[in-house]
Design a protein around this ligand. Structure first.
Ligand code: 16G
Ligand code: ZN
Length: 546
C-alpha cells in the first residue's frame, strides 16, 4: 500500500494568513495593498510549484500591480506557453489563498490528488517583479513558498511583465535565455525590418518622447534604445524613476484622462509622445497639434495600423492567410467600423481581459488583438510563419513578393507572441510608421474617433451587476439594460454598456456619442441608473453642465 503523502511546510508560520475578506484571482491575478499580500505570495509560490509539476514545464510568477498606485502590489501566474494561468487553476488559486492556515496542507493535498500530480516530479518557477519597493519582501515570501515544495526558482529581478512571459515560453520551447536575449531578438528583427527603408521628407522621425511611468518600462526602454542605436530610434526618456510610480503619468493615466502626463507638459507639436504603464504591458501614443490640442492614439489605433499594414503585406506577397482583429466592447465604434468596412478585416469582440483576446486571436493564422487601453500584440500560427518564410526565400518569385514576405516575417518576429508588450509594440508601430513614412497625424487620419466617456460607480456589491455578450448586455439588476438602451437610443450614434470591474470594487460605465458633451451626458445618465438600481454608495453621480 502506498504511504499517505504528508507535507511539511517549514516557512508556513512566517507567512500567516491575515484578514477575513475573500480575495479572488481576477482578470489580472491577485491585486491589492502590498501590506496584505505576504501570505498570498507564499501560497502562490506553493501553487506555482504544483502547476509546474502538473504541466512538467516551467511556470512564471510576476509580482506587479501594473498601473495601480505604488502602495499596491499583485501577483500573476504565467502558464507554460507564456499565456495567462489556466482558468481551472485560477479557481484553485482563489481557493488556496482563502483557506485558513490550519487547512493549507490539506488543500494542497487535494490539488495534488485531483490533478494527479506526481510530487517527486521536478518543479521550476521563474520569478520577476516590477519596481515597487514592496516587491522585495513579497519576492522573499514567494521564494519561501517555492522552496517549501522543493521547487527550483530562478529570479529575474526587475523585469517587465511581458519579458517574464517571454522567458517562460522560450525556456519551455527548449531555448536558452538570458535577459539580454530578449533585447537582442527585438532589435535584430527591427533592424532587419528597417534594412531597405530610407527615411526622407518631414513626416516620419525615428524619435519618441517616452513616459516610463516611473517604472520598469523606463529601465528596459533605456536598454532597448542602447541596443538599437539612435539611427534606428532615438528615445528621450521621461518619468524614468524619480517620481512616484504611475502618479499622473503612464499609459492608464493618459488614456483615461486624455491629457499629457506629468513631466511631458512641454511636448512640442510634432513630437511623438509614448506612455507605457507600470509593468510595461500597455502602450499609447499621443501628440499635441499646432493649436496645443492633445490627440491620443490608443490600442484601437494600434490594432488598425498594424492589422491594416499586415493585410497590405499579405496582398503584396500574394499569400492568402486568415487575418483577424480581436477587440473588446471598449473599442471605439469608429475603429471597429474602419477595420471591418474599410480594411475589410474581420473583427471579433470578446470579454475584457487579455486571456479572452489572446485565445480568440490564436484561432486565426495571424491574429491582432488590442484593448483600447493599449494592451495587445500580434499572434500567429507556426505554419503561417513557415509559409511566409518560404515565399521570402523563393527565388522564382518577384522581388516585391519576396520583400513583402521578408518584411512580414520581421514584423512577426518583433511581436511578443505571449502577451501584450509595450516595448515590442512600440517597435511594431515604429516599423509601420517608418515604412509608410507617416507622422502621428497621418496615422490619425484613418478615421475619427467617436467621442466617449468612461465613468465608474461604487456599489454595495459589484457582483449584483452581471453581463453577457462580451460584457455588452446587462442581465442583472433586472430592467437596467432596458434603461440603458432607452438612454443610448436618445443620443446620435449613442452606445453605452456597464460591467463590474474585475480589478476594483466598482461598476464601469462606457458611453459613446456624436459629441463629447453628448457622450458625457449619456455616461452620467447611465451612471445615475446604475447608482439607483444597483445600490450605489457614496455620492450620486451628477449630469455635467452643458
Ligand atoms: C486587467 C487586464 C486588462 C483589462 C483590465 C480591465 C490582464 C493582463 N489585464 O488589467 O486586460 O483591460 O484588467 O480592468 O488581463 P477592469 O476589469 O477593472 O475594467
Ligand atoms: Zn500593465
Amino acid at each position: 500500500m502506498a504511504l499517505a503523502l504528508t507535507l511539511s511546510l517549514s516557512s508556513k508560520s512566517s507567512h500567516p494568513k491575515i484578514g477575513e475578506k475573500i480575495i479572488q484571482y481576477g482578470t489580472a491575478g491577485f491585486r491589492t495593498l502590498a501590506d496584505d499580500l505576504d501570505f498570498v505570495m507564499y501560497r502562490m509560490g506553493l501553487l506555482a510549484v504544483l502547476r509546474s509539476k502538473s504541466t512538467k514545464a516551467v511556470i512564471g510568477i510576476m509580482i506587479t500591480a501594473s498601473h495601480n498606485p505604488e502602495q499596491d502590489n499583485g501577483v500573476k501566474l504565467v502558464d507554460p506557453h507564456g499565456e495567462m494561468l489556466n482558468q481551472k487553476w485560477e479557481e484553485l488559486a482563489t481557493n488556496l489563498v482563502n483557506v485558513g492556515d490550519e487547512n493549507l496542507e490539506s488543500v494542497l493535498l487535494d490539488i495534488i490528488r485531483s490533478e494527479n500530480i506526481e510530487i517527486s516530479e521536478q518543479g521550476e518557477v521563474f520569478v520577476g517583479r516590477d519596481t515597487r519597493p514592496s516587491g522585495v519582501p513579497l519576492l522573499n515570501a514567494t521564494l519561501d513558498g517555492i522552496q517549501d515544495l522543493q521547487g527550483e526558482s530562478r529570479d529575474f529581478g526587475i523585469v517587465t511583465t511581458p519579458m517574464l512571459h517571454y522567458f517562460v515560453d522560450e525556456t519551455n520551447k527548449g531555448r536558452e535565455i538570458w535577459v539580454s536575449s530578449y533585447f537582442a531578438k527585438l532589435t535584430k528583427a527591427f533592424k532587419n525590418f528597417c534594412k531597405d527603408i530610407s527615411i526622407s521628407g518631414d513626416s516620419y522621425h525615428p524619435k519618441i518622447v517616452f513616459d516610463g511611468a516611473n517604472g520598469v518600462g523606463s529601465i528596459k526602454m533605456e536598454m532597448l534604445a542602447n541596443f538599437l542605436g539612435e539611427e534606428f530610434l532615438e528615445v528621450e526618456l521621461h518619468n524614468a524613476g524619480k517620481g512616484a510610480l504611475n502618479f499622473e503619468c503612464g499609459a492608464d493615466f493618459v488614456k483615461v484622462q486624455q491629457k499629457l502626463p506629468r513631466g511631458l507638459e512641454e511636448l512640442k507639436p510634432g513630437d511623438k509622445g509614448v506612455s507605457v504603464d507600470g509593468d510595461a504591458d500597455r502602450v499609447v501614443y499621443f501628440y499635441v497639434d499646432d493649436n496645443n490640442v492633445f490627440h491620443l492614439l490608443d490600442g484601437d489605433r494600434i490594432a488598425s495600423l498594424v492589422a491594416g499594414y499586415i493585410n497590405e503585406l499579405l496582398q503584396e506577397c500574394k499569400l492568402k492567410l486568415d487575418l483577424g482583429v480581436v477587440q473588446t466592447a471598449y473599442a471605439n465604434g469608429a475603429s471597429t467600423k474602419y477595420i471591418t468596412e474599410s480594411l475589410k478585416i474581420p473583427v471579433d469582440c470578446v470579454s475584457t481581459g487579455v486571456k479572452y483576446l489572446h485565445h480568440k486571436a490564436l484561432e486565426r493564422d495571424i491574429g491582432v488583438y488590442f484593448e483600447a487601453n493599449g494592451h495587445g500584440t500580434v499572434v500567429f500560427k507556426t505554419a503561417a510563419v513557415e509559409l511566409i518564410q518560404k515565399v521570402a526565400n523563393d527565388q522564382s518569385l518577384s522581388s516585391s513578393e519576396r520583400k513583402a514576405a521578408a518584411k512580414l516575417d520581421s514584423l512577426l518576429e518583433i511581436s511578443n507572441p505571449t502577451v501584450g508588450d509595450a516595448l515590442s509594440d512600440i517597435l511594431l508601430v515604429e516599423s509601420v510608421l517608418r515604412s509608410k513614412n507617416w507622422s502621428l497625424k497621418d496615422w490619425e487620419a484613418a478615421y475619427t474617433d467617436l467621442p466617449n466617456r468612461l465613468l465608474k460607480v461604487t456599489v454595495k456589491d459589484k457582483n449584483a451587476v452581471t453581463t453577457v455578450d462580451a460584457g455588452r448586455k446587462c442581465t442583472a439588476p433586472e430592467g437596467l439594460q432596458d434603461e440603458i438602451d432607452k438612454l443610448a437610443q436618445s443620443y446620435p450614434s449613442g452606445r453605452s454598456f456597464v460591467r463590474a470591474s474585475g480589478t476594483e470594487d466598482a461598476v464601469r460605465i462606457y458611453a459613446e456619442s456624436d459629441t463629447q458633451e453628448n457622450a458625457n451626458e449619456l455616461a452620467a445618465k447611465v451612471a445615475i441608473k446604475v447608482y439607483e438600481m444597483a445600490a450605489g454608495v457614496g455620492e450620486a453621480p451628477v449630469i455635467p453642465a452643458m
